[in-house]
Design a protein around this ligand. Sequence first.
Ligand SMILES: [Zn+2]
Length: 345
Amino acid sequence: MARRRASNEELAGLVQGEQTDAVRRLEDRVAARVLGDLESRFAVLSQRSITAWVAAFGSVQAESGDTAALRRILSTIRGAVRRLLGPLGPRAQRELDQALTDAVLLGARQHAAFVEEATGRATRPVSGRPSRGLRRRAAAIGAAIADRRDRALAILRPSRARRWSDVQAGIGAAQSALPATRAHIATTVNEAVNEASLTAIDHQGAQKLWIAERDACVNCAAYSGMVVAADADFPAGLSWDPNQRGRGKALAAPPKHPHCRCRVTAWEEGWAPEGVPSFPDSLRREARRSIARGWSLPTESGAARIRAARELLRTGAGLPKSVEEFAALAVRAGRFTDRTVPTGP
Ligand SMILES: [Zn+2]
């Protein structure tokens, strides 16, 4: 059944908006099941430990004089770290492995929806199973958590932890397993979603198109709109920031880094209607605009965004004069005052 082909803006909105949000919700559900109330239990552990330390040694500045008391406190904390992180690894492995099937299904459905919008023709999702490589990367979450637990336990030994700051570092090392788990889940779910796209692309015999997030980093923005053959990799080391060029390795598909929510989809030259810029063209233009506007996450280096904007202007942005002037102003000032992507129409 033939339908109207979606506009470039609608296609971008579908993938970068609705579909990315759905993937993020899946990540959140898995993370909630895996992490439960561990965050607050770690807060309680910190609070109780500091209370015990002050009771035993007088203040957080005081060194531990009494070895027996120190041993007691550290042994209690080590026990708590084992209790909190011990079951986390197996639980994370189990939940993430189960989530892979959901993520691959979601990716397959989303990819079919994209092709349907891009072509105006009904498309059935190509179902696949999570690959062995994907299952292996999901299972590695257990070892990553155990590693952080062991590092924490090594710090929390009487021979190493003589001051409160050491104890704090030990608890911090254990607690760092939580964001690491969150990141591992996010990366693996996004790998699964993109793996489903790759399966569908192969099936279709199409080319591969990289679609970056609207607030993608300077590296991912350099890939947005790039089209390569289905069996080729996206080249290594692209970046709008000259200082970050040449890093990383060639990739079959995103994610390029932890918390990267870029997507790969099928693309065929014939899908672009005549007389308007193709969808890949419009993605490349959008990426240049986001570099000129400084649209990015607060976690990304501001200096990198300025270097990227300077490079964009140097090589010719091909954007409206007002956008280029905005970028030039930011480069002269050495910063973008507001880096949030505007929402709404
Ligand atoms: Zn990315």
